[in-house]
Write a protein that binds this ligand. Structure first.
Ligand code: AMP
Length: 216
């Protein structure tokens, strides 16, 4: 059992952060904090924050650091995070990492590991453009690599599967560019702190074994 581990998952969009978060959550009592999901929820609820984020997300650009960091800080201050957490898709810039460092120190939640999923660009683009998400429960499928049993229907809850608008080829390419420009410096940042675990493997079962072994 993975107790009270405080983890960050870093990787280009489509590298597997969400998929492996879901797999870890089946076995461990961690809280999953995806800033993409939090922002999509703000948009759905029509909040001021959602309205600010919506246009940027459509173009594959990042939402301002302070806005996202504030959202994460408030989620991390909830008592259920005492069980440990996975930050999926946050931080995405050095500034966000610095704001996170300050928040974690203040909340007395030390970071255990930063897992970097390193995947080739061609694979990323293939995966993103074939990705499908469940409208109801958020489960992730892939038409090419992890298809649902029945086309267009979620295996878990029967909900409708859809393609995120920012998973179109054009926006996926823009998001990949943003990853290299703004997010990849985090690899060195966390490498220097001695908490980085780099995963270059692409086989799903093998990645699960690595995570189980390293995070036990
Ligand atoms: P994701 O679901 O993680 O792929 O995120 C979808 C979109 O939400 C990104 O392309 C950004 O526009 C926005 N977003 C998610 N997380 C962050 C973050 N940490 N910083 C800034 N923008 C973010």
């Amino acid at each position: 059992m993975l107790k009270q581990k405080n983890l960050i998952f870093v990787g280009a969009p489509g590298a597997g952060k969400g998929t492996f978060s879901a797999l870890l959550l089946e076995k461990h009592p961690l809280v999953h904090i995806s800033t993409g999901d939090l922002l999509r929820d703000e948009i759905k609820r029509g909040t001021a924050l959602g309205q600010e984020a919506s246009g940027l997300m459509k173009e594959g650009k990042l939402v301002p650091d302070e806005v996202v960091a504030g959202m994460v800080r408030s989620r991390l201050s909830q008592p259920d995070c005492d069980n440990g957490f996975i930050l999926d898709g946050f931080p995405r810039t050095i500034r966000q990492a610095e704001l996170l460092d300050a928040a974690l120190q203040e909340l007395d939640r030390p970071l255990d590991r930063v897992v970097y999923f390193k995947v080739d660009d061609e694979v990323i683009l293939q995966r993103l453009t074939a990705r499908q998400n469940c409208r109801k429960c958020g489960a992730i499928f892939n038409k090419l690599f992890m298809p649902s049993r029945q086309e267009g229907i979620c295996d878990n809850c029967g909900g409708e599967l859809y393609q995120r608008p920012d998973d179109s080829l054009e926006t996926a390419k823009a998001r990949l560019g943003v990853f290299y420009q703004q997010t990849s410096p985090l690899i060195e940042y966390y490498g220097d702190k001695g908490v980085l675990l780099e995963i270059t493997e692409t086989d799903k079962d093998e990645i699960c074994r690595i995570l189980d072994r390293e995070l036990a």
